[in-house]
Design a binder for this molecule. Structure first.
Ligand SMILES: [Zn+2]
Ligand SMILES: [Zn+2]
Length: 337
């Protein structure tokens, strides 16, 4: 005679069901348990050191990792943590009179995308090295993602689309028909503007960068030249535009400054493998630590050539005549959002 279900077998059944549900969740729905917050605010901060202490304690208490820069001109941060603690961070910021209206952008990831927590005071929240009197208050007109999209659809004759980012960022993703200065550092952009000032004469200039912060003062710098007819900047940068129009005028990947390296916006691949020239937009950096250059390489060539950018670096690494990069390779493939 068979026995009916006992209390213990019933419990086991329930626990198996729970395990199964969790597996289904992680396998099929991939519900994130953590996130990355990105934000900046240009606002006069009288005592940056006090703000630094408050931010350091806040982030430590919440176990957040990432990087926060505070200056007299404002604050700029990228932090990762779990869902509750990032929410607690947003609430703490909202409660502060200077930061109550900060626009928080969110990205997939978490504290694991950052090696540590860094909270520092600097002269500028973004290192541009221009006259401190050229402030974000004098920057270009902010366009919402919708207004940006409309302007790009209308595509007036006198429109110049200016990518304010560095070469390795625009190489793997940019707006259609954008001018890409191919600068190595953001600090080089003012010199580019000086040398190419004629290009902006009597034009409408639409500037953009990853999250909008770099354009705030760079657009003010361009404006100070007094040549452009009108200067715009995209509110929230590529990040907000691509959220609204993933298949819009921005093509490829959005380069980001944490271990994710880039987030794919759409399936266009703008760059090519350094070795075989096939379409590819995955970066790695050279295993020769004294070179450490970022270069694009496909998975096939990475397997055959190794993570060295050219034959000289390959030879040097193999003969051990140079220091070898010890940090893990930044070669990562990224899923479409
Ligand atoms: Zn290749
Ligand atoms: Zn190299």
């Amino acid at each position: 005679m068979s026995k009916g279900p006992t209390a213990s077998s019933h419990r086991r059944y329930l626990s198996d069901m729970l395990d199964w549900a969790q597996q289904v969740n992680s396998l099929f729905f991939k519900i994130p348990m953590s996130k990355i917050l990105l934000f900046y605010k240009y606002v006069a901060i009288q005592y940056p050191e006090q703000v630094r202490k408050w931010q350091l304690k806040l982030c430590q208490d919440l176990n957040l990792k990432g990087r926060i820069i505070i200056a007299h001109e404002g604050m700029n941060g990228t932090v990762g943590g779990d869902l509750q603690t990032t929410q607690a961070y947003i609430e703490a910021m909202r409660a502060h009179p200077l930061f109550s209206d900060v626009d928080f952008k969110e990205a997939d990831g978490g504290s694991e995308n950052f090696p540590r927590l860094r909270v520092v005071v600097k002269n500028e929240i973004v290192n541009l090295g221009i006259d401190p009197n050229i402030t974000a208050q004098n920057g270009g007109k902010h366009l919402t993602p919708e207004q940006t999209h409309q302007l790009l659809q209308e595509s007036p004759q006198d429109l110049v689309i200016l990518d304010g980012r560095n070469w390795y960022e625009s190489k793997i993703g940019t707006f259609k028909n954008a001018v890409t200065p191919n600068t190595k550092n953001f600090r080089d952009l003012p010199a580019y503007i000086d040398e190419n000032v004629e290009q902006f004469k009597d034009k409408q200039v639409l500037m953009f960068c990853t999250g909008g912060i770099r354009c705030e003062r760079a657009s003010a710098y361009l404006k100070s030249k007094g040549v452009a007819k009108e200067i715009y900047q995209i509110e929230g940068g590529i990040h907000r535009y691509a959220e609204k129009y993933p298949d819009g005028f921005f093509r490829g990947k959005n380069y980001v400054f944490d271990s994710r390296i880039a987030s794919r916006i759409n399936d266009d691949i703008l760059a090519h493998c350094t070795f075989c020239q096939q379409p590819c937009d995955d970066f790695t950096n050279c295993l020769n630590a004294s070179c450490n250059i970022q270069f694009i390489v496909c998975s096939g060539c990475l397997a055959t050539h190794g993570s060295m950018c050219n034959p000289e670096c390959k030879k040097a690494v193999e003969e051990k005549t140079v220091p070898i990069r010890t940090k893990p390779a930044r070669f990562t493939q990224h899923e479409k959002r």
